[in-house]
Write a protein that binds this ligand. Structure first.
Ligand code: 3HC
Length: 311
C-alpha cells in the first residue's frame, strides 16, 4: 500500500529510525527542532560568559588551564549545535539575529552573576551536572544530526562536571573561609539549576508533543527529579548543607521530596529581567559588532582565492 509521507514519518518515529535532513517531516516537527536546537546553541555560547569572568582570576595555573579548556569546549558545543540547526533550513545569521534582538531564548541559568571562585565549582558540578542529565537522553533524540552532536557534547560535559565537583571538594576540605565560600555558592546556584529543566510538566506547552515525537525522552519533571536525587547524595560527600530545607527521602517514592520552586523568578528571568540578562546580551552584541572586520576580511580573502584559483 502507498504510505502517505506522514505515515512513513510516524512509522520511522515508532521504529526509532533517525529522521535525517533530507527526509520529509511535519512542519511543526521542523519548527520545534529549530527552536530547541538554536536555543541550545545560544545557551552554550552565552554559557561561556559567566565562567570567562574567572579565567584571569583562577587561583592556580592548573585551575586556569582547566577552566579555559572548559570554556573553549562550550564554544565548540555551540558551533556543532548551530550546524545541526542549519540542516533544518535556518541560517547562522538568522539565528544570531534572533539572539541579539532578544527574540530567541537561552538557558535562564546564565543570567546569574559569578561572585566568587567557588561559583566555578558550583557551575561545573550543578549546571553541567544538570546539562548532562538533560543531554544524555538527547543522544537518542529522533533527529539524527542533533543526536550525533549530543554524543560528542556529552563526552566533554562529564569532564566539565568532574572538574567542578573537584573544585567544590577541595574548597569543602579547605579552611573555614573556603568551606563557607563553597556553601554560599551552593546556596546561590541550587534553585536556578532546578529551573534549568524547564517549567513543571503541567505548564510546559512543548513537552507532550516533544515526547510523542521522541525529541524528548523524559519530561522536565522526570529529569529534575533525577538531578535532585543524584546531587543530594553528592552534597553529602562534600559535607555541604542542602539549600532546600524540605529535602527529604521518600521511601515509597524511592526519590527525594523537595521544596517549592519559585516559578515567578524563573519566568521573570526568562522574560529578560534576571540579574545579568542585559549584560549577557550586550556582551554578545558587542562581540558581533567588534567582530565585523574579521568576517569582512574572511570574505575578502575567500573572494580573492576564488578569483585566483577559480575553486
Ligand atoms: N531557560 C530559558 N527558557 C526556558 C528554560 C530555561 N531553563 N526552560 C524552558 N524554557 C522555555 C522554552 O524554551 C519554552 O519557550 P519557547 O517555546 O519560546 O522555546 C518555554 O520555556 C516552555 O518550556 P517547555 O518545557 O515547553 O520547552 P521545551 O520542551 O523546549 O523544554 C528544555 C525546555 C528542557 C530546555 C528543552 O528545550 C531542552 O532540552 N533543550 C536542550 C537542552 C538545553 O537547551 N540546555 C541548555 C542548558 S545549558 C547547556 O546545556 C550548556 C552546558 O554546557 C552547561
Amino acid at each position: 500500500t502507498v504510505h502517505s509521507f506522514q505515515e512513513h514519518f510516524d512509522s520511522k518515529i515508532d521504529r526509532e529510525v533517525s529522521i535525517e535532513p533530507r527526509d520529509w517531516m511535519p512542519d511543526d516537527y521542523r519548527k520545534t527542532l529549530i527552536r530547541q536546537i538554536s536555543q541550545h546553541a545560544h545557551s552554550e555560547i552565552i554559557g561561556m560568559l559567566p565562567e570567562g569572568n574567572w579565567i584571569t582570576r583562577a587561583p592556580s595555573l592548573r585551575r586556569k588551564a582547566v577552566l579555559l579548556a572548559k570554556v573553549q569546549d562550550e564554544a565548540g558545543h555551540g558551533l556543532y549545535l548551530y550546524s545541526a540547526a542549519e540542516t533544518l533550513g535556518i541560517t547562522r545569521d538568522q539565528m544570531y539575529d534572533q539572539l541579539h534582538s532578544g527574540k530567541a531564548k537561552y538557558s535562564s541559568i546564565f543570567n546569574y552573576p559569578t561572585l566568587s571562585w567557588a561559583d566555578m565549582g558550583a557551575i561545573g558540578w550543578l549546571v553541567d551536572g544538570a546539562a548532562i542529565m538533560n543531554q544524555v537522553p538527547l543522544c537518542r533524540t529522533s533527529y539524527g544530526p542533533y543526536a550525533r552532536a549530543m554524543v560528542r557534547v556529552c563526552k566533554e560535559e562529564s569532564f566539565h562536571q568532574r572538574q567542578g565537583f573537584e573544585i567544590m571538594l577541595s574548597l569543602s576540605r579547605g579552611t573555614e573561609a573556603q568551606r563557607k565560600m563553597a556553601q554560599e555558592a551552593f546556596d546561590r546556584w541550587w534553585w536556578p539549576s532546578l529551573m534549568m529543566f524547564g517549567p513543571p510538566d503541567a505548564e510546559s506547552p512543548n513537552t507532550e508533543q516533544s515526547v510523542r515525537w521522541r525529541i524528548k525522552r523524559f519530561t522536565n519533571d522526570e529529569l529534575r527529579q533525577k538531578f535532585v536525587d543524584v546531587t543530594t547524595e553528592q552534597a553529602k560527600v562534600l559535607g555541604l548543607e542542602m539549600p532546600d530545607k524540605d529535602i527529604k527521602w521518600n521511601e515509597e517514592r524511592g526519590h527525594y521530596d523537595f521544596g517549592k520552586i519559585d516559578w515567578n523568578e524563573f519566568w521573570n528571568v526568562v522574560k529578560g529581567n534576571g540579574p545579568c540578562n542585559k549584560q549577557r546580551i550586550d556582551a554578545r552584541r558587542n562581540a558581533w559588532e567588534n567582530g565585523q572586520w574579521v568576517r569582512d576580511a574572511a570574505l575578502a580573502h575567500a573572494a580573492k582565492r576564488k578569483a585566483r584559483t577559480g575553486e
